[in-house]
Design a protein around this ligand. Structure first.
Ligand code: NDP
Length: 313
């Protein structure tokens, strides 16, 4: 039986609707949540991401503003900008779009963001809150994965979860969230021995690697839930053929554009998995939806109101 497709667009729309309802209530009480995005320089990918974030804010009614210092900006100048945003009461969320230029001390800038406004959940204070199960702001992508699992009725407690990838923004917080939800968690990385064998133990397998179609069917226990966080642009025709030979829709698209967006999971996995996220249209849409949810959460926490967790996980 082919895997159930976990539709990220549908789940993200449901989250956005909940967020929009909250924003409406808060705005009526003169407490509209506000998000400030800092975009340094002219990196085309970063510009696209920021455009999506600003557009999404507008759609759910969150006030948003964009700050665009030039690529020549100094650490000092960015620290001043962050300090100003930290001070402004109407700003609930501050997002520094990464990567920052080489001359900027990125860690110093991220550390300067008030943890109460850290909607990316990267500040060590929020990392600590997550690992000690205190209320805080959780990185958007893994938080989105938890929403997807919870809202799709996928069991976590007592299940074996395997995560490939240990980055600070995806792999590690993903592991912590699954552990907090009572899964038995294994984290794999580039030095893991017998990777496919370890992955085959998983009831829930999360791939956050950054390598197109690396997870093949021999990594997957039949019936497992497979979450594909990867977003890789494939331009090499041979690699495209390895992944999509015979898929006429993708072939037409690849011929027209010269590239295609691919996850870390090979499409053949859909033949063995019980449920799987597509790329595009899986985890990606949830990341922005959770940024909106985090901004509202930050606004509520800053105003001292109790924040009900979105997730049913
Ligand atoms: P990083 O490059 O920071 O981390 C990749 C991780 O994968 C590392 O822990 C690395 O191990 C591990 N890894 C790399 N190669 C192998 C291998 N051959 N075998 C086992 N493990 C391996 O990436 P990110 O976590 O930032 O992102 C991962 C993917 O998710 C990317 O494709 C990215 O584009 C995508 N992404 C998608 C988002 C979304 O919204 N859908 C949001 C954020 C990221 P080691 O630590 O040993 O080097």
């Amino acid at each position: 039986m082919p895997a159930t497709i976990l539709d990220g667009n549908k789940i993200a729309a449901a989250i956005r609707a909940e967020v929009a309802a909250d924003v409406k209530t808060m705005s009526a009480a003169d407490a509209r949540p506000g998000l400030a995005v800092i975009l340094v320089g002219n990196d085309p990918a970063s510009e696209i991401y920021v455009r999506g974030k600003v557009k999404s804010s507008e759609e759910v009614g969150i006030y948003s503003e964009k700050h665009t210092p030039p690529a020549s900006v100094t650490t000092e100048e960015l620290l001043n900008l962050v300090a100003d945003l930290n001070r402004r009461d109407e700003i609930d969320g501050i997002l520094v779009q990464l990567p920052l230029p080489a001359q900027v001390d990125s860690k110093k800038v991220l550390l300067a963001v008030d943890p109460a406004k850290d909607v990316d959940g990267f500040h060590p204070t929020n990392v600590g809150f997550l690992s000690t199960q205190r209320p805080g702001l959780v990185p958007c992508t893994p938080a989105g994965v938890m929403e997807m699992l919870g809202r799709s009725g996928i069991k976590i407690a007592g299940q074996d979860a395997v995560i490939i990838g240990r980055s600070d923004i995806v792999g590690k917080p993903m592991a912590m969230l699954l552990l907090n939800a009572n899964a038995t968690v294994t984290v794999c990385h580039s030095k893991t021995r017998d990777l496919a064998e370890v992955c085959r133990r998983a009831d829930v397998l999360v791939a956050a690697i950054g390598r197109s179609g690396m997870v093949t069917r021999d990594f997957v226990k039949p019936g497992a839930t497979v979450i594909d966080v990867g977003m890789n642009r494939v331009t090499d025709p041979a690699e495209f053929a390895r992944l999509f030979a015979g898929n006429t829709r993708r072939e037409e698209n690849f011929r027209a554009k010269g590239s295609t967006l691919v996850g870390d999971v090979h499409p053949e996995v859909a033949e063995v998995a019980g449920a799987i996220t597509p790329v595009p249209g899986g985890v990606g849409p949830l990341t922005i939806a959770m940024l909106m949810a985090n901004t509202v959460k930050a606004a509520k926490m800053r105003r001292g109101s109790k924040v009900p967790e979105l997730s049913r996980v």
